[in-house]
Structure formats: structure tokens, C-alpha cells
Design a binder for this molecule. Sequence first.
Ligand SMILES: Nc1ncnc2c1ncn2[C@@H]1O[C@H](COP(=O)(O)OP(=O)(O)OP(=O)(O)O)[C@@H](O)[C@H]1O
Length: 654
Amino acid sequence: MEPPPKPSNSLFEVYLRLRPSNAVGAERFLDVQDDGTHITIKPPPTDHRKRAVEKFAFTQVFEEHAKQLDIFKGTGVVPLIEGVLAADGSHGRDGLLATLGVTGSGKSHTILGTKSQRGLTQMALGLLFQSTESQIVQPTYGSNAVPSLAATDASEAQLFTASAFLDSHYGDNQSERGFNSRAQTPMPEYSSFIGPTTTRSRNIPRPSALPQTPSVQEVEVPADPNAEYAIVISMYEVYNDRIFDLLSGSGTNSKNGQQKRRALLFKSTEQSPDRKVVAGLRKIICGSLDEALMVLETGLHERRVAGTGSNAVSSRSHGFFCVEVKKRDRSGRGSWRGSTLTIVDLAGSERARNAKTAGATLAEAGKINESLMYLGQCMQMQNDNQEGNKQNIVPFRQCKLTELLFSNSFPSATSHHHQQNSSHRNPQKAIMIVTADPVGDFNATSQILRYSALAREITVPRIPSVSSTILSGTTAGGKSTLSSGRSSPTVSWEELEQATQEVARLTEEADILAMQLDDERERRLHAEECWRAAEERMTALEQEIRDECFAEMEERMDAERRRWKGAWDEEADRADEHFDRKIEVLVKGIEVHEDEEGEAEGEVRVDELERENEGLKRKLELLEREVQGRSPSKKQRILGKKKWSVPDENLDSE
Ligand SMILES: Nc1ncnc2c1ncn2[C@@H]1O[C@H](COP(=O)(O)OP(=O)(O)OP(=O)(O)O)[C@@H](O)[C@H]1O
């Protein structure tokens, strides 16, 4: 079985590294074939259910004796570095290096090393700085490198020089100022971690105390001679499907850092519309390997402290270490472009049943297993795509981990458009190092090998069946019988032998089918698990959407209520005014009515007075006529004296 030729769209090259085991007397279930690319695993003899021997193909298998430097040179890390340095003058190609394996199988050992040995990360950093030594930009206060780097950063990041960052983290916290990728602010240069006078509140990692071996001096990778380089480091972890910055200091700076940590988004930004980036990270510009190693140690410390604390040794999150290798024209003009080398230390898969975990840690283990299951699905899909003609879509959007790992593995949707211009990016090149303990947990290890291997083959060892044994014995007997001279139907013996062989073949086929059935059953269970997980996600999503809708509805109802109340008050005011006006009109109306009455009364009174006057006139005429009948002097006297009083008297008398 050959590993299938690697198609251009394949996600990973997959290497297997076996770790030396400490277990004494434990039986080995994994063997490496002579070609160095295949392994076979057979279930322990105690497992009666499974008899198949499974064979897996990898790009290369590294046995227990392989050293860190062997892995560094043999797993394609060097080509990844060549890709990001891009000596040919291009923008380079993103690289991804990840380790996958059961808990305790040696992932962190491989990628991050130990107290005495460097891991692939430190060696990769060493090679990057070694290759760009004379061309690396020193980020100092006043140089235009820092603000120009901040201006071209597409991820809304806060940029710090390593010295400022380390000073703010370990020193007196006075220099907590960064370059935002959107607004450039001049920043003073603090180099207190180098200077002898600074008081440090926490234990600053000392480069001299970090492992110095293995050295990568002998490895040579060319850099672009016409470029100046800047190396920008960021670190984050995926914990419970959420992204947290490992350089923000929130985990180590606060007592309850876990609560204060703010989850970041993986999204497209204004400056990066066609690629998703982790937005809002703290990024550190490192001018030397020592600075880079100190930043790395700081992030790793944060990862350990910010974790659950229940298992200090084991990685409880997926750790991402990103080295952006930026370059621009050596003259210092032009904008920064470049690519990123991402190194991932995946959390170990474990069986909740085996791991004595409970509560939050169990939920955390569940999330780790779920994300690794999705990763397994993606890798399985890659392998299926390689084996068959049908190209399935790799379902990498199922969780943060696979999204982060794979979203740059495919040409972006707009790459077609970009093909014409210089900003076109190649899909990233990725390497997966699977770590395994050949005497460890068979079930957990075989499960990981099954989905990570580039090819797989199952064989059932041929067990002589009872009938074939008997019949072969009978055949031998027949021959002896023949030699004894007894007549025997030779054709029947031949037929019987053929039939026996057919039975043996069918038995073997049945065994293989049974194995395949087992396998299918396992795949079905796996698929059901995925289905359940997807359903749970859907339910959670539905709930989230419902909550969102409800909140929006509430908000709208509130706004509507407020609007309605306003309108109601306005209407009430208007009605009051209207009412007041009506009353006014009514009052006026009443006044008018009163006047009319008065007028009428006046008229009546005038009439009465006129009538009275008429009566008086008549009486006066009568009196005059009466006076005329008397003497003139008397008449004068009477007229002079009684002219106006007489009527009254007359009226009274009347
Ligand atoms: N190749 C190796 N040679 C020597 N020791 C090893 C090797 N691989 C792993 N170890 C040791 O085994 C132990 C567990 O390894 P490590 O912490 O790397 O496992 P891991 O896969 O990262 O586990 P987890 O997923 O829980 O973080 C460590 O003490 C490590 O030094």
C-alpha cells in the first residue's frame, strides 16, 4: 500500500512520531514497516472483538530514537520557513505546523520542547532570525517601522515592541501603550528588561536559562536579499471554542483572570475582506531571537496560569503561536507584506471514561474531544478526497479550531479576482505531526491514527479453519490411500479440495466483511456523535437566535411603547387645550347670551318707560285741559308749581 500521491489541494502532510515509553512490561501494539512510511497496529490479545491488523501510511514515520533536530529537519518545517521568508521576492506562503495525539503522547514535547531541549517552535524561530539577521528591522522609538507596521496590520491589533511589552508585563506597568493598527501613536522605547535597574514584579524569563540546544546553525535558508524583515509575534488559545489572547496579560495580571479574559473574534476585517483573522490581538515586534523566546515563554506561562489549574501538566486548550514574517523594500519605503507561520499545540484527546474528570473539567474535555472530532472529520474528508474521484467539501466551519486551522488552506473566494494583482495569496502549506505511544492506550491511539493517516488498509490474519485443516488432512490421507492401491474417485478428491479452498476463501471474506462491518459500525457511531453534536449546536444556535430576536423585540416594543406614550401625552395635551378653548368659547357664549337678555330686558324696560311716558303725556294733556278751564293766574300758579309733580300724585292716586 503506497501513500496516495498528494493532490495540490490536500490539507496536510502527515508525519508520525513515536515516543519512547516508560511503561515497563507493557505490550507494544504498533510496528513500523521497513519503508519508514507505514505502520501496522494489532489489537492487544485481550481484545477478542477485534482481530484485524490495520496498516496506515504516513508521509514519514519517526521512531522512538528520533531526536528533536531529526524531526525539525525531516518533517518539512524548513520548507515552511522557506515559504514565509520568500527569497524569490514574492510575498511568501503561509505555513502551519500542528501536533495531534492522545494526551501524554508527546505533542508539547515535540512542538515546545522541554527544560533542556528546544522544541520545533524555538528551532523555527532560531532559523528565522538566523536567516534574516542582517536584514531584520530593530523596532526602536522614532523609527518609522513600528507605525508603518501598525498601519498595514489587517487585524485591528495592538502592536508593541518586545521591550515595551516585556516592560509592561514584568516591570512597573508604566509603558502599557501600544500601536493600534488603526491609529498610530508615538510610543516611548522601554528597554528595562535589558537594563539592570528595573524592578520586576514577576519572574521575567531569562534567555540564558532557556534551552540552547539543539542548534540549527547548520541549516541554511536564504532570505530575500532586497528586503528588510520584521518579525511580529502573537499568541492565542482556543479554550471551550472561544479564542483568548495569551499576550494580553489579563490571565496573569488579575486574581480572577479567567473571568476577565475577553474572547476575540475570528472574522474578516476592513483591511482583510477576503480572509478571516483573529481581531484585536496584542502583537509584539521582536528584533532578536532572545526577545522572541521571552515573548513565547510569557505566552506559555499565561496559557498555564489561565487554564483550569486542575491539570497543570496537560494542555487543556489548543495553543496557537503565530510568527508573522513581514517584509518591505530594503530602502524602507513601500508597505509591509508577508506571510505567517502558525505553530499549533493541540490539546490531547482523552476518553472521559478513562480520565477521572468531573464538572467543568469534564465539560472542557468534552469540548476538546468535540473539536478534535471535527478535526478528524476534516482530515478524514481529505483522505477520502484523495482516495476517490469525488471531491467532498471539507466541513471546517464546524468549530473554531477547524476554522482557524483550515480557513487559509483554500484559495479565498475572491482570489480569482486577486489573481491579476499582486496581493494574491497562495493557500497555506500545512504539516501535521501525529504523536503516539506504541504501548499506550490502543483504542484512543488507533482512533487518531485512523483519521489522520494518509491511507489505511485492513487485513484479517488467515486462521486455518477447522474444515480446511480436516480436509487437508483427509487429502493427505487420500494420497496415502491412493498409494496403497485402493481405488478412489480422484475427481471427487479434487472437487473436494477446491470446495475446501472455496470455503476457506469465503470464510476469510466473511471475516473481512465482519471487520468492515465493525468499521462501518464505528463510523456510523462517529457520524451519529457528529450529528448529535451538530444538533446540539443547532439548538444552542436556535436558542441564541431566539434570545436575540426576543431582545430585539423587547427593544422595539419599548421603543413603540415610548412612542405611543409620547403620542398619547401629546393627544391628551391637545385634547386639554381643545377643551379649554371650548370652555372659553362657552363662557363667551354665556356672556353673549346674558347680554342679549339684558338687551331684551332693556327693550322691555324702554317699552314700559315709553308706555309710561305716553300715559304721563296723556295725563299732562288732561291736566292742561283742566287748567285751561280755570283762571289764568291760577292756571300759571298751578303750572309753575305742579307741572312735574302732579302726574306722580295722579299715579299714586290711580
Ligand atoms: N519523544 C520523547 N522523548 C522523551 N520524552 C518524551 C517524548 N515525548 C514525550 N515525552 C515525555 O512525555 C511526557 C508527556 O509529553 P507531553 O506533555 O509532550 O504530552 P502531550 O501530548 O503534550 O500531552 P497533553 O495533550 O496532555 O498536553 C513529558 O514528560 C515528555 O517529556
